[in-house]
Design a protein around this ligand. Structure first.
Ligand code: SF4
Length: 897
């Protein structure tokens, strides 16, 4: 047996592949190349196939796959089933140490992980019992492990260590028919059961094992020496690649910079020659996925996704959970939204809004009633939705059943009937094909999860739906999803482990900060490092902190040597909370100057260009607009002044945003309504303010179904405090005036347009002077700012309205009530601090208003905000694409840099 050792990038894999190619070239079918993971195997298969070699898939495969024929009688327990068995075992042994945490998924996941690690190291519960180190949780852990081992034996299942040991014994005894040469490449830790397999293989075949020299501590060398390995060192001949380092202000800019550099690289090479290596996929994979997509860079991700997050599973699991929760409307609506062909269905949108406005409610009957008209007939186009609701209702009868696990699995398998994918369109894009393929794969995995749940519950005669479903959900939570993606010309995004067998011209290694690369080592909760060292002393080779650190370093060395030409490392200076990151300690040795990331955004896919202002030209529509603008309010006119498109979407199209959730309904508008209503009543008839406020507030809560809670209570107290302050400290000489409240007005501006609205308060002095008062439930500064905004029309139009009501309009005040009392206004007879009424204010306002009406009626609907800051509060911000042009400018900046 031969051991090939060498540093990362020294050419061990190159050497092995060269020998493997030579064998294939001579038609030798007795050679095998074994690697640790299925994706590595697939990558090498594809690589050699592309070079023109013809061979059976089995000639390059994983060690587990290779050993399977020797252990068909010992099925390996899957990780989700092991988790369920551990959960059940922990409950059965009921150790007091674990009493308060057994019900937590995370705790059982930790238990299962440590058990799997011990089993892989060849340490079953009996061996652990004989060598148990003294640790506080050691006894309790062992009790659960023994129970899990018993249960596995009872079910005829095995953990990896036992399977490897059995395979080694059988190979040693029976040989390797038809196999003469074996190469093992890409392995980095060799626990005892794997070593015993290697020893058995070496007895019957010419075996070569590659190992990184960083892995070769004294202990490993001694163990390999005892197995008669002869060591050969590989000294790389590959020229050293160039290294670069990028620092970016944050992770978003870091990933955008990687995208920008990839786009530069593809000017001279295909995407497939570029890789991105990620050590912290939970942080980087989602943002890389989104950013590369935004930049139009095709990428293949070699990561498992969470099965439970796939829309098909969210639909099926959501339907079951909604049923068990009594069809709460929010949950049921979310399920219906996930049903195929319902996401962009007009009737569904209206139904969605109707349901949201009524939340919180429950029951399918009430949902159905929203789709039925007064005559008991389905509303237009509502049949499909009614049909879907009926198919969900059919699940109700399951609640009464008690079935055996296998029968539940068979029944749940029919759930896929309620998920009917849409028919494929004529033009299938890659994304669409991937979507269809993923739906089919996920439905198969769902069936697999049902069987695994039945397997884990084996032995229970009958159980209710809830118990079986809980087991299925645990399995769905743990099951990985890896989708087939056969595209060739893509950027490869992979983990540091996966990358070890790749060689690409250009590689990016992102996230070079402490705790990400090197990864933070979390102590095992049951056996700390000292206990692990003692176990190693007893011959049980479980991982210690030192080994973890060594492996991290090895992964880093491997990552930066994957590129034949250029490896670019990158890190964000600040994390998501704005705190400074500590650059990775590994960067210190490289001593590279860091280049700053460039500000960049992708070019818009559909450029708008310098097109002429958008306007409506159709004569009928213009006539309709003229008709609809016969009466206008000052608020509507100010909306147009802020942005014609905002006015068009909100006043003409009457587009609505999705109704708020109950806890969000006490918004600024509703708070303002409460304050206005209280002040209107109190001003005319001063009374017990707290009682009045409670009455008005309670009516609003009831009308809008706003739930009680911390948020509601906080806002209630703030409003009441503001009102108390106003009613006790208001500087306005109330007694000197006669007041009219909530006065409606409508007056003509010319023959074609009238201005209408409602004034909060009109205060008339004995000499006839009248002041217009408008309450604002906003902060003092916002109220004061209105004095500086020359574009506002409300004040002069309200004063014009007062004149049309035959009053002597002497001034207008905005009164801010929130957090303090603020008067801001215009008056020629100042009572409180104010500006003078501007000269010709009413004539100018009349002309401006008529000009606005003319523009509206001429069909002007252009996206043209007067104040970009206010766009934050605009309901149309998601559809107007106001960001498009700055984005285009930024990409030019990047291209020119
Ligand atoms: S977000 Fe701004 S630009 Fe867009 S419609 Fe609203 S106001 Fe106009």
């Amino acid at each position: 047996m031969r051991l090939l050792s060498g540093a990362a990038g020294s050419g061990k894999t190159t050497y092995v592949l060269a020998r493997f190619r030579e064998a294939l070239a001579t038609g030798n079918t007795s050679v095998r190349l074994l690697v640790p993971t299925a994706t590595m195997a697939q990558h090498l298969q594809n690589r050699l196939a592309r070079e023109g070699f013809v061979f059976r898939r089995g000639q390059i495969q994983t060690l587990s796959g290779f050993l399977r024929p020797w252990t068909t009688d010992l099925p390996e327990v899957s990780p989700p089933v092991l988790h369920l068995l551990v959960e059940q075992a922990a409950r059965r042994v009921a150790r007091p140490e674990f009493e308060r945490v057994t019900q937590f998924h995370g705790f059982c996941a930790s238990l299962a992980k440590t058990i799997a690690e011990f089993a892989s190291a060849g340490c079953d519960s009996a061996r652990l019992a004989a060598n148990l180190p003294e640790v506080p949780l050691g006894g309790a852990f062992l009790a659960v492990y023994e129970e899990v081992d018993r249960e596995l034996r009872r079910r005829g299942l095995a953990l990896r260590g036992r399977i490897l040991t059995a395979a080694a014994e059988r190979i040693e005894a029976g040989g390797l028919p038809g196999i003469a040469t074996i190469w093992l490449d890409g392995f980095h830790a060799l626990p005892d059961p794997e070593l015993s397999v290697i020893a058995a293989l070496g007895k019957h075949a010419d075996l070569t094992l590659t190992l990184d020299e960083a892995e070769l501590g004294e202990a490993t060398l001694a163990r390999l020496g005892a197995l008669d390995f002869s060591e050969e060192q590989v000294r790389g001949t590959r020229t050293r690649n160039a290294l670069a380092l990028i620092k970016a202000p944050g992770i978003e800019r870091e990933v955008e910079e990687i995208a920008r550099r990839i786009l530069r690289q593809v000017e001279g090479r295909p995407f497939r020659e570029i890789g991105v290596i990620v050590r912290a996929p939970e942080i980087y994979a989602p943002i890389l996925r989104a950013t590369l997509d935004r930049f139009g860079i095709p990428a293949r991700f070699y990561f498992d996704e969470k099965l439970e997050r796939h829309p098909v599973i969210r639909f099926l699991a959501g339907a079951m959970d909604a049923m068990l929760g009594g069809w709460e409307h929010g949950a049921t609506l979310a399920v219906l939204r996930l049903a195929p062909r319902f996401a962009d269905f007009g009737v569904m949108d209206r139904f969605d809004f109707d349901v949201r406005e009524r939340i919180p409610r429950s029951g399918l009957g009430e949902l159905r009633s929203l789709l039925i008209d007064e005559d008991g007939q389905p509303r237009p186009y509502a049949e499909r939705l009614l049909h879907k609701i009926d198919s969900l209702a059919a699940l109700e009868e399951w609640r009464a059943l008690e079935l055996a696990p296998r029968d539940w699995a068979a029944r749940f398998a029919t759930l896929r009937e309620i998920f009917k994918p849409a028919r494929p369109a004529d033009e299938i894009t890659h994304e669409l094909a991937l979507q269809y393929r993923s739906q089919a794969a996920v439905l198969d995995l769902f069936d697999e999860a049902l069987d695994e749940a039945a397997q884990a519950l084996h032995g229970i005669r009958h159980l209710p739906l809830e118990d079986y479903w809980r087991a299925v959900k645990s399995i769905l939570r743990l099951k990985p999803l890896r989708l087939e993606d056969g595209r060739r010309n893509v950027v490869h995004v992979m983990s540091a482990h996966e990358a070890r067998q790749w060689v690409l011209p250009v590689v990016f290694v992102c996230g070079m900060v402490e705790k990400q690369f090197p990864k933070f080592h979390q102590q095992d909760p049951f056996f700390g490092d000292a206990a692990r060292c003692r176990l190693n002393g007893s011959g049980i080779r479980v991982r210690t902190a030192a080994e973890f650190e060594r492996e991290e370093r090895m992964l880093f060395d491997a990552a930066i040597t994957r590129a034949t030409m250029l490896a670019t490392l990158s890190y964000p200076e600040f994390d998501g909370r704005g705190e400074r990151n500590l650059p990775s300690i590994y960067l210190e040795d490289l001593d590279l100057p860091a280049e700053d990331a460039v500000a960049v955004r992708p070019a818009p896919r559909a450029r708008t260009g310098d097109s002429a202002p958008v306007e409506i030209r159709n004569a009928q529509l213009l006539e309709y607009m003229r008709h609809r603008t016969a009466q206008l309010s000052p608020t509507a006119l100010e909306t147009f002044l802020q942005c014609p498109f905002q006015y068009f979407t909100q006043r003409f199209l009457r587009l609505k945003t999705a109704p708020d959730r109950p806890e969000q309904r006490l918004d600024f508008l509703t708070q303002g309504n409460v304050v206005h209503a209280v002040l209107a009543e109190w001003w005319l008839e001063p009374q017990d303010l707290a009682a009045l406020f409670e009455r008005v507030f309670a009516a609003q809560l009831k009308e809008k179904c706003i739930p009680p809670g911390y948020h509601t209570e906080r806002l209630r107290n703030a409003m009441l405090d503001d009102l108390r302050r106003f009613t006790s400290e208001d500087p306005w000489p109330k007694i000197a005036f006669r007041s009219q409240i909530e006065t409606k007005f409508c007056f003509p501006l010319d023959d074609t347009v009238e201005i209408n609205g409602r004034i909060d308060r009109l205060d008339t002095a004995p000499d006839g002077r009248t002041f217009v008062i408008d309450y604002k439930y906003s902060a003092a500064q916002r109220v004061k700012d209105k004095l500086k905004d020359a574009s506002l029309l409300q004040a002069p139009l309200y004063m014009l309205a007062a004149q049309h009501l035959n009053l002597d309009a002497a001034g207008m005040y905005y009164v801010g009530v929130k957090g303090g009392i603020e008067y801001a206004g215009w008056s020629d007879h100042p009572l409180l601090e104010s500006l003078g009424v501007p000269e010709n204010w009413f004539d100018i306002t009349r002309q401006r208003t008529l000009e606005i009406v003319r523009q509206i009626r001429s069909g002007r609907v252009e996206v043209h905000p007067a104040d970009r800051e206010s766009c934050r509060f605009c309901d149309s911000k998601d559809i107007c694409r106001v960001e498009t042009q700055p984005a285009a400018a930024l990409v030019q900046l990047a291209e020119g840099s």
